[in-house]
Design a protein around this ligand. Structure first.
Ligand code: BG6
Ligand code: MG
Length: 217
């Protein structure tokens, strides 16, 4: 029997992946590094610090810790300029209805996000009340593809990974779900999410009950 759904935030529930990209792109440009939207797929699901380190690696740049801290603060300030303008209209298509259906089915629901801005984003988009548990980047020490964030979510909900489904838009997140023993639904393009148990363009595409059937619970 299915027990729980665990959702990533950025790129699954809310349209913030584009804001992360814009802020990182601007930051990278400021230190003369240029990266493509395709390379950006590797930044999805990854913590702020590891994202910066990847970008520096692409540009063949190495910087002292203090400088990295400054760059991360700058990127986050630019990112928050977008976040502070967000409202409920920036939930991705089908999300609110989907979460309402999950609630009606009495599924347990957790958030499993790398972001340290997750609580603020849930509030701005009026999604907070759907979640029994929120595990975010302020609570974890290991970045996806490590399964820590989802395992902590399952533990807090008191459910088994094998009886839970993770919804993710990132390559790192799908790998984290699989390493943790969860079933996984990839949200986005098949070319990026090939390893997921099911791939959907958006949460508008299927009902929760159809997903549960498809995954053979
Ligand atoms: C993930 C995003 O959800 O959170 C990443 O996919 C981001 O792009 C990471 O780097 C950390 O987010 P934040 O908000 O703490 O910088
Ligand atoms: Mg994501």
């Amino acid at each position: 029997m299915i027990q729980a759904f665990i959702f990533d935030l950025d790129g699954v529930l809310v349209d913030t992946a584009k804001y992360h990209f814009r802020a990182w792109h601007r930051l990278a440009k400021s230190i003369d590094i240029h990266f493509t939207e395709e390379e950006n797929e590797q930044l999805k699901g990854v913590s702020r610090k590891e994202s910066l380190e990847k970008i520096m690696q692409w540009g063949g740049v190495s910087l002292p810790e203090k400088e990295k801290e400054k760059l991360m603060a700058l990127k986050n300030a630019w990112y928050l300029e977008f976040v502070n303008e967000m409202d409920a209209s920036e939930t991705l298509p089908g999300v609110r209805l989907f979460l309402e259906e999950c609630r009606a089915m009495q599924l347990k629901i957790a958030l499993g996000s790398a972001s340290k801005n997750a609580v603020q984003i849930l509030q701005r988009t009026e999604l907070s009340s759907f979640f029994d548990v929120v595990i975010d980047g302020t609570k974890t020490s290991k970045s996806k593809p490590h399964p820590q964030v989802f395992l902590m979510g399952a533990e807090a909900l008191d459910v088994q990974p094998a009886k839970s489904v993770v919804f993710e838009d990132s390559i790192a997140g799908i790998e984290a779900a699989q390493r943790g023993g969860f079933k996984s639904v990839g949200i986005g393009k098949a070319q990026n999410l090939g390893k997921a148990d099911l791939i959907l363009e958006s949460l508008q595409r299927k009902k929760a009950s159809e997903i549960i059937n498809h995954l053979n619970f």
